[in-house]
Design a protein around this ligand. Structure first.
Ligand SMILES: Cc1cc2nc3c(=O)[nH]c(=O)nc-3n(C[C@H](O)[C@H](O)[C@H](O)COP(=O)(O)O)c2cc1C
Ligand code: SF4
Length: 430
């Protein structure tokens, strides 16, 4: 397949070789141009690599969209100190399934991105924190790391450059909160996966007490392409503020769900109707969660106006997050869906902060009561007030993630809540 694969809709830069098992072999990867970006980067000073990434405008793909080059520039410049690059491969956000595919199909693309990133931030060690349940991805990655060591791309004096970088694949132990960057650092150190209070920020005091940078798998996979071809080249796709391509994980009521790599700014409705083949069974679109379960739901009208980039999603009252597009048709029971998401957060809350520990559990209980026809209209006010108190009051934003679907669903689909509440009253009165 030509690189990058460009059709009138898709731009497969990171996903060119999805489905091609040959790409896992280091010989094939090198034959197709792999590790040439690493060679180029090692011939440059770390700060020059940071400048290329800054010029590309690449924004972190782990959810927050923070500019990657800027993040890298926060790291201290003395090489003598221990520094770490941590690759966040924990991918547990409901609706997200892109990082596992990047690791399964193209492990060397990630390893090359990690090595370039490590060079740019003067790190001597990369930890890839891979979700424990990803058995295949863990095996494929471990094999690829071994092969890269054997060929001299990892280890001492890489490619005779005088630079030493080690890479460790670390299997996570199965908790959503270990995807939060400071929870991940604790887990890596062998502690409970609980987030840390910031400051200090990881670039000052990170893993093992040393300066660390945390980047998502997809972010790091974009790096070799940017270093090889330049920042301006990467900017040919996407928008001014959200440049490049993005993997969209589409699930729910569409004919062809799956991973699609598209230029940022792609219209959501065209993703649903053209790229994914339209709505299943000819049903009407009811709601979309465009960025994984932590972002507000939008209704069909808002979905029609939504451009899939960081700013375009904010314009319609939601967020791009990690671009996990959950599509719901007219048959969807919104209250049930929201309750299921809240159940997930209640189960995954680490329990450190009272608003999150108590709030997630109470929110789930009230939602279940409404779902079972035992709710009251006052419950809706309670839910709005309680979730408001869960925003901005905790150590990490897991708590805020509950407020987004609950509040947006009550605002946009209040009638569904009221129908359940009133049905309950009628049943009770009979
Ligand atoms: C509860 C929670 C879970 C998270 N899970 C993940 C995850 O699984 N993968 C990920 O890359 N980022 C996750 N993040 C975001 C990370 O904390 C961090 O911002 C990200 O890895 C930074 O990488 P980036 O700059 O490349 O986006 C999570 C954040 C929170 C609050
Ligand atoms: S917000 Fe929730 S998950 Fe995050 S630290 Fe507090 S209790 Fe733990």
């Amino acid at each position: 397949m030509a690189y990058p694969y460009v059709s009138d809709r898709e731009v497969r830069l990171l996903s060119t070789y999805f489905g091609d098992p040959k790409q896992r072999h280091i010989e094939t990867y090198v034959k197709r141009g792999g590790y040439s970006a690493l060679e180029k980067a090692l011939g440059m000073g770390p700060d020059d690599v940071v400048e290329i990434v800054k010029s590309s405008g690449l924004r972190g793909r782990g959810g927050a969209g923070f500019p990657t080059g800027v993040k890298w520039s926060f790291m201290p410049k003395e090489k003598k100190k221990a520094h770490y690059l941590l690759c966040n491969a924990d991918e547990s956000e409901p609706g997200t399934f892109k990082d596992r595919e990047l690791m399964r199909w193209d492990p060397h693309q990630l390893i090359e991105g990690c090595l370039i990133g490590a060079h740019a931030i003067r790190a001597q060690h990369v930890y890839i924190y891979c979700r424990g349940e990803f058995f295949e991805a863990n095996q494929v990655l471990a094999r690829a790391v071994e092969d890269a060591y054997a060929k001299g791309y990892i280890g001492e004096n890489i490619l005779d450059s005088g630079h030493d970088i080690e890479v460790t694949v670390h299997q996570g132990a199965g908790a959503y909160i270990c995807g939060e960057e400071t929870g991940m650092m604790n887990s890596l150190e062998g502690r409970r996966g609980e987030p840390r209070i910031k400051p200090p920020f990881p670039a000052a005091v990170g893993a093992f007490g040393k300066p660390s940078t945390i980047n998502n798998v997809e972010t790091l996979c974009a790096i070799p392409h940017i270093v090889k071809n330049g920042g301006e080249w990467y900017r040919q796709w996407g928008t001014e503020k959200s440049p490049g391509t993005k993997l969209f994980c589409v699930s729910g009521h569409v004919i062809k769900p799956g991973n699609y790599e598209l230029p940022l700014g792609f219209p959501l409705i065209e993703l649903i109707e053209d790229v994914c083949g339209g709505m299943k069974d000819g049903n009407a679109l009811k709601a979309v969660i465009p960025g994984g379960s932590s972002v507000p739901l939008i209704n069909a009208e808002e979905a029609r106006a939504c451009k899939l980039d960081y700013e375009g999603c904010v314009d319609v009252g939601t967020m791009l997050g990690c671009a996990s597009v959950i599509v719901m048709d007219e048959t969807t029971d919104i209250v049930k869906q929201v309750r299921r998401m809240v159940d997930f957060y209640a189960h995954e809350s680490c329990g450190l902060c009272t608003p999150c520990r108590e709030g997630t559990t109470w929110t789930a209980q009230i939602l279940r009561r409404i779902e079972n026809g035992k709710g009251t209209e006052d419950d809706l006010d309670t839910l709005m007030e309680m979730t408001q108190n869960m925003v901005g009051t905790t150590i990490c934003v897991l708590s805020d993630s509950v407020a987004a679907p609950v509040q947006s669903s009550i605002e946009k689909f209040r009638d569904e809540y009221l129908a359940l509440i009133r049905r309950g009253e009628r049943v009770g009165a009979a």
